[in-house]
Design a protein around this ligand. Sequence first.
Ligand code: ARG
Length: 410
Amino acid sequence: GNAFADTLVLNADAALDVKTGKLIRPATVVVEDNTIVSVARSNRRAYPEDATVIDLKGHTLLPGLFDMHVHLTGDSQVHGYKRLRRTAPRSAITGVRNAKRTLAAGFTSVRNLGAPGYADLALRDAIYDGDVPGPRIFASGPALGITGGHCDNNLFTHEHKVVAAGVADGPWAVRQKVRENIKYGVDVIKFCATGGVLSKGTKVGAQQYSFEEMQALVAEVHLRGLTVAAHAHGTDGIKSAIRAGVDSVEHVSFLDDEAIVLAKKHGTYFSMDIYNTEYILSEGEKAGILPESLDKERKVGGTQRASFTKAVKAGVNMVFGSDGGVYPHGQNGKQFSRMVKFGMNELQALQAATINSASLLKMQDKLGSLEAGKLADIIAVPGNPLEDIQVMETVTLVIKDGKVEVDQRQ
Ligand code: ARG
């Protein structure tokens, strides 16, 4: 190691190797600057005398968590018509608050899938520059969608002529919109393949972009070396998106056997927000969610959970995606227990939120597991998550890029 490096030593009851499910216990993790230099049974390796040592008795160390579907600039109290009073600059400031909460919950990397006015890029860059704390953000900017679709804004009459920034119809128009988003600096492209729950006047089960448009869109994104996420609830939209070659499908509510076979064949990741329904149905009305959306949610939530169980059983690539911002940011960890309740074992749920998500982002060489040479994104939870997954809701220590960002040890 570098003699002048800042060394951080973490002594914990255990460290989880998310690739194998093995617990190293007791564990010592040594970090120099922003890099993990060793993960080993305690006392097997000497460390410099001037190292900062953190004692984590009773804790398990894990890699920093990933949430592959959040809207940091969104507010769970501000839905439906209430949202019309939110400008992009105001949303960016909300994002500052939410980025901090998300990081404190142990999520050191997120994909932000859809933000008006590129507010997510401003937030990403402010965090990167060290102005405000927050996770690593992989941001999409405005999501692409058809005229009148889930990713348009349908709250006005024609007299107001309101069109969301990501609206594009036709293969060349979607290619142009992808190029525009890349021009302004997005990391990932998001588009709406079907209707949705929270949009006005869209059929949640119905396809929106045609297959021809999806093919053009995905080809353009991959040509430019980015990845693409498709919002899709309905079966036809899910299958078209997979056939078009998307990297991940979001929500994935109405699955059939063919869709599962296709996802496995194409290696598509499923990002299923199975906690979300609980918040929407209990708190949504107060937050301004439209009655028609609450009706749609009643038809989607239960089916989506059954689809999750099927996808897990079939061995589809699963990531952790929660749609944070619909429900309150910082409560992301609540989804772990639902993932276990609806078919995963504890390790699978943790893999979804770590190594699988890192692979979807093509960051698996740098992030997603506790291994020498990887970036030091590390969290500690009070207990053993393989025995009690709910400890994921009370993350005690958060290290990002080798820096202690949150320390809530008593
Ligand atoms: N943003 C999504 C939509 O409007 C939320 C879906 C939430 N419901 C659910 N059961 N996951 O479609």
